[in-house]
Write a protein that binds this ligand. Structure first.
Ligand code: BMA
Length: 859
């Protein structure tokens, strides 16, 4: 968490105007807002020059924007202050191929990397009174194609190949969930700083000792000085204790660096959510002149934690663990992948980031992976993660391509990495930097000739030159600027290659992509850390109504809905998973939304349960985490997201929320033969669903993700699906649940293909329900459901009570009409006889009408 630096004077430029560049007599258009950052697409939409590309088929009609060049200008006032000997223009980011002019005559900057930050000395170039900054943004498409001609073509998956040469957010080129919208503009704030001496960087590197009883804090700073100064460093502990130190900095070198070290006894530590408090030390650095007058000061909130990525050998299994340990406590990571929140990043607000983190926490998630095809995120996202204890896995901004490494490219990347790691390193929530997304997987796929055992450090002359970035340059930057944070060359990475399930992380896409396994086999797909897996699901009907304006286009395979579904083979794969598993009665849009969301939920729930089950305690951390692909969208689309672009939660959000709860239950149905297998059977040998057996065995387990041993009452009941009759009560009374691991509760319980199993965990003192889960015969399409399950929903102020006389799967409640703002804390639930399911619903009134849909309600 960073507090603003108070330079002697700082002015944030705002109030932009824009026009197309190079067109004769083109007029300037004033932006419709006076925000400091802006970009061409939002300005063209505001000015009604183009239609909103998110609506209908408009994406197709606006492609010319990315082929054109654009120009921005902004006026600002400057009053000379004699005590300030220097003026800088400070750029937080320009998207992307930008040439900057001051007062029209002076070209002060050329920038071709969206992730670079610039401080340009403009002393003596400003006029008293009105000044103008003008920036020409050339088409990044054209620029990339030129570079491609010069340096050769590199393969990129998603988007055109030229993107591999351009240091711009890669998803702007179009992705398998994102539109091709090549925006440009002053996307980062631009400030005029006027000063005599200023701090330009402050970093408090806090290292907590192994026994957690002390911390060494090295506070380093960089300053631009016109005189000798003293840097006064004060560290204030959350309990009010204050630590001081001082250093003198000389002005002889214009850019001065210094540092002080402080020892803090019994530090108060920052913990991830669920492990302890999120508390911060306030680090204050002030530079003072000879008369002890403060010239400039910077403040930072610093969380102190001892961080390790643990890769140790495991009891009885191959390979090594892969999990994070904070303050000596292993943390199981249950989280999601984060893609940029919008195709037009300047449209995002700090509130948007805060609510994204809030939704992640409400889904019982504790980690976000900031995926490499996006950006190094907005500070508001990291601040919120720090503040609320969500761990961050940060990729460097490379994805799904073979990247070059010619000298200019390596140089721009090294600078980008240094700029961004310096910007981010104070966030204690960041627990890992990874070199890229899936580029080693691409190397494997393209059969690039590379030798894992070649550790020369320079692979620029091979056909996998970017290895030099991922294994030499980027780790060097992390080691220099964020030495306390582990570096991982790629995601996925480890062992014998990117699919090695016993070492490092994997992206488990053999459900949906790859071999398109049945999701019921998810327990055979788990790896040491599963940093991606997913299943596509349609957005909510009310969201679709917003972006498909023509009611005639509101059917599942319409041209407009297909345009808003970028996934390769989406129709076939969705068809496969839905039809392979569900009895589909109708293909109208509402039914298709329900079907795809139920399948997504079932799949992700199998995955989360299977991964989490493998967190079995010390020496048995067979899986250290799972991250859902993906939590959010950047535009309205049918994608793997569990929350759609308009913030509507899909069924999978709630289903995986329950599986990720601190205290949760899991059931796995199998057969003795299947149970023995560690991997899915080769497909040729795998029985198709219709040869599925009639009799199964079930295991039941519990996860106690808290840091305390617990005891809970465990009830297990077997119900006949067709009649709702309770066949057997297999409850096992009070069970001890050791902390921070799973406990196996029941092994090999016999069930048949007409029986659903419900398990409930209750508090031993007052009997309240802590967790529920259920297991159903699969595939769901074969089960004979009760034709009148007697579902009743009582609507009360602020909550619902749901009852049923027979097992009901995937019950979704919504308010009618669905544009009322009611927030359901839970949904997409399985309801069983003899159990009232209560859902808290903020904003619900007892006279509200609700709509209920469950699996089979339309049969
Ligand atoms: C992964 C990601 C993305 C992609 C997703 C879905 O492998 O890294 O590149 O969007 O799969 O296909």
């Amino acid at each position: 968490m960073h507090l603003a630096m108070s330079a002697a004077s700082s002015l944030t430029l705002s109030g932009w105007r824009w026009r197309q560049y190079g067109e004769a007599n083109e007029e300037w258009h004033q932006c419709m807002h006076d925000k400091p950052t802006t970009e061409i697409f939002t300005d063209l939409i505001d000015a009604k020059v183009i239609p909103d590309p998110f609506i209908d088929e408009n994406e197709r009609h606006v492609q010319w924007v990315g082929e054109a060049d654009w120009e921005y200008a902004c006026d600002f006032q400057y009053e000379a202050d004699l005590s300030h000997s220097r003026q800088d223009l400070v750029f937080a980011g320009l998207d992307t191929v930008a040439t900057v002019f001051l007062n029209d005559q002076d070209q002060i900057l050329e920038s071709t990397n969206m992730f670079h930050q610039h401080r340009v000395d403009v002393t003596g170039k400003l006029r008293p009174g009105l000044n103008t900054i003008r920036i020409v943004f050339k088409s990044a498409l054209h620029y990339g194609r030129e570079l491609e001609k010069k340096h050769g073509s590199y393969r990129a998956f998603s988007g055109e190949n030229s993107r591999a040469h351009v240091r711009k957010a890669q998803y702007h080129y179009g992705w398998d969930w994102g539109p091709l919208l090549m925006t440009c503009g002053p996307c980062g704030e631009i400030k005029l700083e006027s000063y005599a001496s200023t701090l330009v960087d402050v970093f408090a590197d806090a290292r907590v000792s192994e026994d957690l009883h002390s911390a060494s804090v090295n506070v380093s700073f960089e300053a631009i000085l016109d005189q000798d100064v003293t840097a006064n460093v004060t560290v204030t502990a959350p309990d009010g204790r204050v630590f001081h130190s001082k250093a003198t900095l000389g002005s002889s070198t214009k850019e001065s660096r210094g540092s002080v070290s402080l020892e803090i006894n019994e530090p108060q530590l920052w913990y991830p959510v669920g492990h302890g408090p999120q508390i911060f030390y306030l680090v204050d650095v002030a530079i003072m002149n000879r008369d002890q007058i403060p010239l400039n000061r910077a403040r930072k909130l610093v969380g102190m934690r001892r961080l390790r990525l643990v890769q140790h050998s495991l009891n009885g299994e191959l390979g090594t663990s892969f999990f994070f340990e904070v303050n000596n406590k292993p943390v199981y990571a249950s989280g999601s992948n984060w893609i940029p929140g919008h195709s037009f990043l300047t449209a995002m607000t700090s509130n948007d980031y805060a609510s994204a983190v809030d939704r992640c926490l409400k889904a019982n998630q504790n980690m976000l992976r900031i995926w490499g095809g996006g950006i190094y995120e907005h500070h508001a996202l990291y601040e919120e993660c720090d503040r609320r204890g969500v761990l961050v896995w940060q990729d460097f901004a490379f994805a799904c391509a073979q990247y070059p490494c010619y000298p200019e490219f390596a140089a721009t990347v090294k600078r980008e990495a240094a700029d961004q790691v310096k910007r981010l390193r104070q966030y204690c929530s960041i627990v890992l930097y990874a070199g890229n997304n899936e580029d080693y997987q691409i190397a494997e796929m393209l059969n690039l000739t590379w030798d894992r055992d070649d550790h020369s450090g320079d692979w620029t002359e091979t056909n996998f030159p970017a290895r030099t970035l991922y294994e030499t340059h980027l780790p060097a930057v992390v080691a220099e600027y964020a030495p306390g944070v582990p570096y991982h060359p790629s995601s996925p990475w480890g062992g014998d290659g990117t699919t090695d399930r016993t070492v490092g992380d994997i992206h488990q896409w053999n459900v949906w992509h790859g071999s398109q396994e049945k999701y019921q086999l998810w327990d055979k797909l788990v790896g040491r850390f599963v940093s991606e897996f997913g299943m596509l699901g349609f957005p909510a009907a009310k969201s679709i109504r917003r972006y498909v304006t023509d009611p005639a286009q509101r059917y599942p395979q319409s041209r407009v809905l297909d345009l808003h579904n970028k996934a390769d083979g989406a129709e076939r794969r969705l068809g496969l998973y839905v039809l392979e598993n569900l009895r589909v009665n109708s293909l109208d849009l509402d039914s298709w939304i329900y079907a795809t969301q139920l399948i997504q939920g079932e799949c992700l729930s199998f995955a989360v349960r299977s991964c989490r089950r493998q967190w079995k305690g010390p020496g048995q951390e067979y899986c250290g985490g799972q991250l859902i692909w993906q939590i959010n969208d950047c535009w309205p689309v049918s994608s793997w997201a569990i929350i759609d672009f308009y913030g509507e939660k899909k069924m999978a959000y709630f289903m995986t929320m329950r599986d990720s709860a601190p205290l949760a239950l899991g059931i796995c149905r199998s057969t003795p033969e299947l149970k023995k297998l560690k991997s899915p059977p080769p497909q040729i040998l795998a029985p198709p669903h219709d040869l599925a057996p009639k009799n199964y065995i079930c295991d039941v387990w519990a996860m106690n993700g808290t840091l305390r041993d617990a005891q809970a009452q465990i009830e297990i009941r077997l119900y006949d699906l067709a009649t709702g009759v309770l066949r057997e009560d297999k409850s096992i009374g009070v069970q001890p649940l050791l902390f921070n691991r799973t406990t196996e509760l029941v092994e090999d319980m016999s069930v048949d293909d007409q029986t659903a199993v419900q398990a409930i965990m209750r508090d031993t003192r007052d009997g309240h329900v802590i967790a529920r889960t259920s297991d159903w015969p699969q595939p769901l399409k074969y089960i004979t459901l009760c034709s009148s399950p007697g579902v009743s929903v009582s609507v009360l102020d602020g909550k619902l009570e749901i009852r049923a006389n027979a097992p009901v799967k995937g019950l979704v409640v919504s308010v009618v009409p669905d544009d009322r703002d009611v927030e359901f804390e839970d949904n997409a639930v399985d309801v069983f006889p003899n159990d009232v399911y209560t859902i808290i619903a903020r904003g619900l009134r007892k006279d509200d009408k609700v709509h209920v849909r469950y699996y089979g309600s339309d049969f």
